[in-house]
Design a protein around this ligand. Structure first.
Ligand SMILES: *Cc1c(COP(=O)(O)O)cnc(C)c1O
Length: 356
């Protein structure tokens, strides 16, 4: 019926979440912040909308103010002198998802060359590659770490490394970083630091030494801005110039730019709750470890990953009790929620795996 569509797309499934039962639900499946922005900031944003947003005009397509604000945050959060990373090192996307697609377009599309990932990892890399007909090679992760091939696999132009990884929650090991460093200059190394605000650990320093490295970050997690869709890339200006060519001209709505500028202006206040999230994560970890049937890993992000004998069934049983988590990579990934949500997670899990 639709012979004009690419046949390879028929095999792909749309990125949809499962249909959900009615009633209240603890949504711990997407690693969003459990807390919304502080009320005064939301009020400030609402006032800005009324007073200065021009709904009838296209957004600023240069992102100048945003690039500057991001560059300032990047330097401050890395204790680098202001200007070490300038706005010419930044490109902003409609979520880092858009940047992932732009990177695929800018490196692999139409070349027959592909990407390399270490699975399980963030599923979007492979999903977006396949929609562009770009081949995906994967290394196997033994939960924590992956087998590093001696030689660069042939046909690879882009490597996605995640620091810390999702769903497993661990940082790249020193050996893995060393392996990434020795990749030839024909390969772009993308280090996704979506959870940097929780891990506090960045490979930013590598950028200054390796012009074939790029760091991805997002405002969707620690900055609590998932609804506004803002992510960014940090890389040598030669790469940024091409990302700016590839993106849609008006990729970032005016209101999203406004919201991003606001949270970046208040970054210390917004990130002040990160230590509480980490405390909650450690309590959740300790609680999960009470159950020998669950194998739980430590995490440097705002989620935990566990393996269980029948994860699909456990996922369903949790959902029936009102907790939605992510069934991925052969295990369950559980976002750290509010204290009340985390307590419910532990109670519900206990009721399932160790009924009284
Ligand atoms: C959440 C997440 C992102 C962020 O995506 P956005 O499109 O910016 O919301 C990117 N990479 C990983 C690994 C993530 O978990």
């Amino acid at each position: 019926m639709t012979p004009f569509l690419r046949a390879d797309l028929a095999a792909l499934a749309p990125y949809t979440l499962p249909s959900l039962p009615p009633g209240p639900l603890d949504r711990l499946d997407s690693n969003e912040s459990a807390l919304d922005l502080p009320l005064p900031l939301r009020q400030d944003l609402a006032a800005k909308y009324t007073q200065s947003l021009e709904a009838h005009r296209y957004p600023d397509s240069s992102h100048q103010a945003l690039h500057q604000a991001i560059a300032d945050y990047v330097c401050q959060s890395a204790s680098l002198p202001a200007g070490t990373i300038g706005p010419e090192w930044i490109s902003a996307g409609n979520g880092s998802d858009e940047l992932i697609r732009s990177l695929l377009i800018a490196t692999c599309l139409g070349t027959g060359q592909g990407v390399l990932v270490a699975e399980p990892t963030f599923s979007i890399y492979a999903i977006l590659a396949r929609t562009l007909g770009i081949p995906v090679q994967s290394l196997k992760r033994d939960s924590y770490t992956w087998e590093m091939p001696r030689e660069t696999p042939s046909g690879v132009r882009l490597v996605f490394a995640l620091h810390p990884n999702s769903p497993t929650g661990n940082l790249l090991t020193p050996a893995e970083v060393t392996w990434l460093r020795q990749l030839p200059p024909e390969v772009l190394v993308v280090v996704d630091e979506a959870y940097f605000e929780f891990s506090g650990d960045s490979l930013l320093g590598e950028l200054l030494e390796h012009p074939n490295w790029l760091i991805l970050r997002t405002l969707s997690k620690g900055f609590r801005l998932a609804g506004h869709r803002v992510g960014y890339a940090i890389a040598h200006p030669a790469i940024i110039t091409v990302l700016e060519k590839v993106r849609l001209p008006y990729n970032l709505p005016s209101f999203s730019q406004m919201a991003a500028l606001l949270v970046l202006d208040h970054w210390q206040e917004i990130l002040a709750v990160v230590p509480q999230v980490i405390t909650e994560r450690e309590k959740l970890l300790a609680g999960l470890r009470q159950h020998p049937v669950l194998q739980v890993w430590p995490s440097r992000a705002n989620f935990l990953y566990l393996q269980a004998p029948d994860p699909g069934r456990l996922w369903q049983q949790l959902l029936e009790r009102g907790t939605l988590v992510r069934h991925t990579g052969g295990g369950l990934r559980i976002s750290v929620g509010t204290r009340a949500e985390n307590e419910r997670t532990l109670e519900r899990l206990a009721a399932i795996v160790a009924p009284a």
